[in-house]
Design a protein around this ligand. Structure first.
Ligand code: HEC
Length: 175
């Protein structure tokens, strides 16, 4: 490769990195339409005291056990989530966790969101079928961090990467 061709490649690479970097921190980014209107969905934690850590898995993730949460489900995922185990989700299922530092933040509605999306279905319960996002303006994509822990939902609740199922909610409110 000539020196100038190499230079072009390097500059193109840098410009690409710059643009991608920019996209992920772009203050003008809009919420992804797949979850932008999540507050109009079914709030499955309605009527529960949505705090604590029933699965004993959280550690410091998701604001930890003293954090509060509201979990919303879109129409595509609703039946699977609110039905009995096994809970298996159709493609297009989106679940949003609106999480809060404490009760005061919860009451004020001041939290942030994490999102699970079933983006594919290879016929098995597989992490590759799910993508994840953190933040209202976050970008959804594969995440071993998110899916690694959510794998526990399979054995704990017989559920496809989603903890908050009807059984989970029942168990939690009985505690
Ligand atoms: C250390 C384990 C752990 C990690 C890592 C983790 N989660 Fe969770 N997540 C949980 C548990 C446990 C629940 C259910 C209890 C709760 O809501 O606090 C949950 C709940 C959720 C919910 C509500 C639906 C459900 O499955 O119950 C969403 C959405 C979610 N997480 C998204 C994410 C995203 C996105 C990431 C990565 C940025 C992530 N989680 C990382 C443990 C984890």
């Amino acid at each position: 490769m000539t020196r100038s061709a190499l230079k072009t490649v390097v500059i193109a690479g840098l410009a690409g990195a710059f643009l991608t970097g920019c996209a992920s921190i772009n203050p003008f980014a809009k919420p992804d339409p797949r979850w932008a209107d999540f507050k109009t969905w079914t709030k499955v934690t309605e009527g529960t005291e949505p705090t604590g850590d029933p699965s004993k898995l959280l550690g410091v993730v998701h604001k930890g056990e003293n954090g509060y949460r509201d979990v919303y489900v879109n129409d595509i995922a609703k039946e699977a989530l609110l039905g009995p185990a096994p809970n298996d989700f159709p493609v297009g299922s989106v679940i949003v966790k609106h999480q809060f530092d404490d009760k005061a933040a919860w009451e004020a509605g001041k939290g942030d969101v994490t999102v699970s999306i079933k983006s594919a279905d290879d016929g098995t319960r597989n992490a590759d079928n799910w993508i994840w996002a953190a933040g209202m303006n976050g970008k959804a994509g594969a995440s071993q961090f998110c899916s690694g822990c959510h794998t526990a939902a399979l054995s704990l609740y017989n559920s496809d990467y989603v903890f908050t199922t009807a059984d989970f909610l029942k168990k939690h409110s009985a505690q």
